[in-house]
Write a protein that binds this ligand. Structure first.
Ligand code: NAD
Length: 349
């Protein structure tokens, strides 16, 4: 694949209406070149739609290096496309030399020197940066309303697309049980409710379920009769105490967490996508429209670091940056976010 072919494929697959925030960013940055002369390592999980994020950074004038495969899965085809696009892939020696900015995910590249600082995508990664007490600024992109598009709405959408891919698309009237009522679990419950499923949640730490969702009062019997069971706790073996019920049930089983949340008694063949996060079976695990604002916010953090070094330690993204990004988004997407937030009730995360 040539560079021109790769660019044409991305333009075809991700029209501006699907990525308004990145499209706008690219337009402005191509004119202003605000990152000219900077070297930048981007470790956003490498899938096709991530390449549009990289191109925005390159349009801004940065020399873009792509970090992949350390903590997160990646798509080998996207890696080939990255090479065709002329993005740089670092070897260990290049990583050791460091960059001006590291845009990290899951703190996978926190050991790579960054002259101006880091921007981290995930909560667990931010936690690791806090513990490491780096003597430089770290922008905590998870600390934003915008991240909800990805973590909640995008994963809910990814679950539904993953279920369809495995032939479990019809959910109306079906009984669904979700383990975990954090950001991801709530996004899944919101979307399953919208699909017409009867939703139950198991999460001892969250006593107030979102609107339209019931607590699983008698979980053993419920799981035996369920049509769909989804894990989203972030905890290894979270559903293991219910293995006998799950093995006795006809339910489709799906894991959305990074760990094996079903535990060793449930064989991989019994869980869709062999226990890997279900949406990672898809070419774009998170659909562009849901990840576009987060990717643009992560990119903007590079600009914050380049413009005026904030004090060492963790910082949320600038509220002005977030507000400006939200203002570029289409009304239906903002309405979906508002509907999700309204459904969370008193126990909002
Ligand atoms: N598939 C994807 O695209 C995707 C995207 C983002 C995050 N994730 C993953 O999803 C998982 C959850 O992330 P999150 O941000 O919602 O985490 P979170 O910490 O906000 O929420 C997890 C919830 O699970 C609950 N929980 C913990 N142990 C439990 C148990 N044994 N039974 C029932 N509930 C339990 C906790 O009380 C908490 O409310 C993580 O593994 C994360 O990496 C996946």
């Amino acid at each position: 694949m040539t560079r021109r072919e790769a660019e044409a494929a991305l333009a075809r697959d991700y029209p501006p209406g699907d990525c308004p925030a990145l499209t706008r960013q690219r337009g402005v940055w191509a004119r202003e070149r605000p990152l000219a002369g900077l070297t930048l390592l981007d470790a956003t999980p490498l899938f096709r739609n991530t390449l549009v994020k990289h191109l925005a950074l390159r349009d801004a004038g940065a020399e873009v290096w792509v970090g992949y495969g350390r903590a997160m899965p990646f798509d080998p085809e996207a890696l080939d496309m990255a090479r065709a696009l002329g993005l740089h892939i670092p070897d260990d020696a290049r990583l050791k030399a460091g960059f001006d900015v590291v845009l990290d995910c899951a703190a996978a590249f926190s050991g790579v020197p960054a002259r101006l600082g880091y921007a981290e995508l995930t909560r667990s990664g931010a936690h690791r940066y806090r513990q490491a007490a780096k003597a430089c600024p770290v922008i905590d992109v998870d600390h934003s309303r915008i991240k909800t598009f990805e973590t909640a709405l995008g994963t809910g959408d990814g679950l539904i697309r993953g279920l369809r891919r495995f032939g479990h698309g019809a959910l109306h009237g079906k009984t669904a049980v979700v383990f975990g009522c954090g950001k991801v679990g709530r996004g899944i419950l919101f979307r399953l409710t919208r699909e017409g499923a009867r939703c139950f949640v198991i999460d001892p730490a969250r006593p107030i379920p979102p609107h339209g969702v019931a607590h699983a009062e008698a979980p053993h019997a419920l799981l035996r009769a369920a049509d769909l069971v989804v894990t989203a706790t972030g905890v290894k073996d979270a559903a293991a105490p219910y293995a006998a019920d799950l093995l006795a049930s006809h339910a489709a089983l799906a894991n959305m967490g990074v760990e094996d949340e079903f535990g060793p008694a449930i064989p991989p063949t019994r869980v869709l996508n062999a226990k890997a996060p279900l949406n990672f079976a898809l070419p774009d695990p998170t659909r562009m429209r849901y990840i576009d604002p987060t990717m643009a916010l992560h990119n903007l953090a590079a600009l914050t670091l380049a413009r005026g070094a904030p004090a060492p330690g963790l910082h949320p993204p600038s509220p002005a940056d977030e507000a400006a990004l939200l203002a570029t988004l289409p009304r239906p997407l903002l309405d979906e976010l508002a509907a999700f937030e309204a459904a969370q009730g008193a126990d909002h995360v």
